[in-house]
Design a protein around this ligand. Structure first.
Ligand code: EPU
Length: 365
């Protein structure tokens, strides 16, 4: 097996245009994986190398949750596997039989997407086909295959709430494995795949959409947007109208990576224990805080960063966005080192002022 057996191999590729932050890094070999067969070819090539899987630097989707530090990379696999379909009776028979125990006789609504499909286009396609359930996740950058990796979430819904199962190629063994929802070990912006970068190449993802459909509109910002559009309990919004409201909110609040490089929320919202939250509330009574099912409290990283004075501030060619403090942006020609410096500066300030540590959401490569 040779790398040149994969038709779309590029050498010495700059990844600047392949990550939404617009950070530069050189890849010795960039392979665009457009089918399971090509994924298997790449795996076979890696297996033959004396250094094995450590030749692989990165599995790339839409590049929207990534900070390239700038080190030279060896092999990068860019996943571009297409495909959109509703699973037919035969494909879903196993699930349907399973469902009889739960008294539901409805045909499950299972939709499958190829890992390389653009996430937002996939969401709008499901809505146009009359298969609602993903509308709250409209306009999130990235691909279908990347959605489970960091368990994307917004406006009261996470990918994990809708993922039925997925298929991934184990790059260490060449085995194609199906993971059900529990096997993905989803957490807040986390999964098994995020914790083992470079091992699993996700090829397809199946979504189990709710039947009957129920709108998910409890997230404060979304509820306000919908109320402003004239919707209420007597006039509930349609799935398309929820999607449109989410799109409007995101376009107002979040910078478009096409205009200003960024990787979405840069820090996870920190989760602290009840005692620490109570102490912080004595000095900061207006601090937003949300009770978690396990008794701990989620704080708002955006609020903490804004309070620390970082909102709208720049450090060289990078900075904290003027409209949303949780988004770090590239004002032009930034490098991974610039992003690293800003990250550290913000983390140190938040730790000093609030005693809270902030974890970055994107992966540093
Ligand atoms: N806030 C501020 N100042 C800011 C930004 C936010 O004070 O500059 C406070 C406000 O109190 C606001 C609260 O933070 O009410 C929450 O803000 P927002 O609703 O924008 O949500 P978020 O917690 O900052 C999370 C996700 C986003 C997702 C939104 C909407 C994380 C890390 N981020 O942001 O996800 O779109 O909720 O559901 O959980 C992403 O992960 O890339 C992402 C954009």
């Amino acid at each position: 097996m040779k790398l040149t057996d994969i038709p779309s191999m590029e050498t010495n590729a700059n990844l600047r245009t392949l990550n939404t932050f617009g950070l530069p890094a050189q890849a010795k070999h960039l392979l665009r994986i457009q089918s399971l067969e090509e994924a298997r070819q790449a795996q076979a090539y890696l297996a033959q190398q004396p250094e094995g899987l450590s030749e692989l630097s990165l599995i790339l989707g839409g590049g929207s949750n990534l900070v390239l530090k700038g080190d030279p990379l060896r092999i990068v696999l860019k996943v571009e596997i297409p495909g959109r379909r509703r699973l037919e009776t035969n494909d879903t028979l196993a699930h349907a039989l399973h469902d009889t125990a739960g008294a539901s006789t409805t045909q499950p609504l299972l939709i499958e997407g190829g890992a390389g499909e653009t996430w937002h286009d996939f969401v709008r396609w499901t809505l146009d086909e009359g298969w609602p359930g993903l509308e709250n996740l409209s306009l999130i950058p990235g691909t279908v295959g990347a959605a489970p990796v960091q368990n994307i979430g917004a406006y009261g819904l996470e990918a994990a709430d809708r993922i039925d199962s997925l298929e991934a190629l184990d790059l260490t063994t060449g085995e194609l494995k199906r993971f059900d929802n529990a096997a993905c070990q989803f957490g807040y912006r986390d999964s098994l795949f995020k914790r083992h970068p470079g091992r699993w190449l996700i090829t397809t993802v199946r979504f189990r959409l709710p039947q009957p459909w129920q709108p998910v509109t409890h997230y404060t910002d979304l509820a306000q947007e919908l109320a402003g559009n004239g919707f209420d309990e007597s006039r509930p919004p349609s799935p398309h109208q929820i999607s449109d409201a989410v799109i409007a909110l995101r376009q107002r609040k979040l910078p478009d990576p096409a205009d200003l490089g960024n990787a979405g929320s840069f820090f996870k919202n920190p989760i602290v224990d009840a005692k620490q939250c109570a102490t912080l509330l004595t000095t900061h009574p207006t601090m937003p805080h949300h009770q978690q099912p396990d008794g701990r409290i989620k704080l708002s990283a955006g609020w903490l960063i804004e309070q620390s004075g970082w909102k709208g501030r720049r450090l060289g060619p990078v900075g904290c966005h003027t409209q949303h403090a949780l988004i770090l942006v590239n004002y032009g020609n930034a490098t991974g080192q610039d992003v690293r410096q800003l990250t550290t500066a913000i983390q140190q300030d938040i730790s000093r002022q609030f005693g809270v540590s902030l974890d970055p959401e994107p992966v540093f490569i």
